[in-house]
Design a protein around this ligand. Structure first.
Ligand code: B16
Ligand code: MG
Length: 232
């Protein structure tokens, strides 16, 4: 698919539903997930690097632990596996306890406000089971008409389930939805859902996204206007 050139981005796109991933798009919780996973890895006697943490983005907690144990070459009983999942989440929760709105990534509110001003339904589509408390902490809950999180889906990204459910709850056809995502698996999920995928991050990594922006500060009103089918 690749990145579309700027001229194409100037055509009105008329998207009517907007779905945001959470970790890596709205807030940078990846650093806290990393610290909690690294602590567990160290306790189990091996290192866990920032590069390896890239594999965990957009991936469910359970799958992350499976990958971590593969990295460490550790076989776990079901009981150990479950207790490590709990331990990691408790460590993660204590790391995010003091999160507040200062941790919202740059210009996220600007984009949310622009879309709200134009009466666009907004959804959250996250693999995280902690999505709701995080949105409360950073005071963004009220922007969202629909929240689909890791407690409601059975199939992980790149399966489109999380985004299709969000679209269904908003009452909008998938082809009329746009997804903002930072993870390769999330971009694939959006594409698999038949939605417009917008990558937030490195365009080399997110090469399957229709458009890629390093962050929301790069996304001007002109692009946003085209996205909702208006000429600025
Ligand atoms: P939790 P997203 C994902 O959130 C994270 O990117 C991923 O690293 C994490 O393992 C997953 O949530 C589960 O999170 O342990 O809080 O349930 O990017 O889909 O918003
Ligand atoms: Mg993410």
């Amino acid at each position: 698919m690749g990145r579309t050139d700027f001229n194409e981005s100037l055509k009105p796109m008329k998207k009517t539903g907007f779905i945001f991933d959470l970790d890596g798009v709205i807030v940078d919780t990846a650093k806290y997930h990393y610290l909690a996973w690294r602590k567990l890895a160290n306790e189990l006697g091996f290192e866990f690097t920032q590069e390896q943490n890239e594999l965990f983005k957009g991936v469910s907690r359970k799958r992350c632990l499976e990958i971590l144990l593969e990295i460490g070459g550790i076989k776990a009983t079901q009981q150990q596996f479950n207790s490590w999942l709990v331990e990691k989440n408790e460590d993660y929760l204590s790391l995010i306890e003091k999160m507040d709105e200062s941790e919202v990534l740059p210009d996220v509110q600007k984009v949310l406000q622009f879309l709200k001003k134009h009466n666009m339904p907004l959804g959250l589509g996250s693999a995280s089971k902690n999505a709701r408390p995080i949105l409360e902490k950073v005071k963004l809950m009220d922007y969202f008409d629909t929240i689909v999180d890791g407690t409601q889906v059975t199939k992980a990204k790149p399966d489109p389930e999380v985004f299709l459910l969000a679209a269904a709850q908003m009452g909008i056809a998938p082809r009329e939805c746009t997804v903002f995502e930072d993870a390769v698996a999330g971009i694939e999920a959006a594409n698999n859902a038949g939605m417009l995928s917008i990558g937030i991050g490195d365009k080399k990594v997110l090469s399957e996204a229709k458009f890629v922006f390093a962050d929301f500060t790069e996304m001007g009103d002109q692009f946003l206007s085209r996205l909702i089918g208006q000429t600025p």
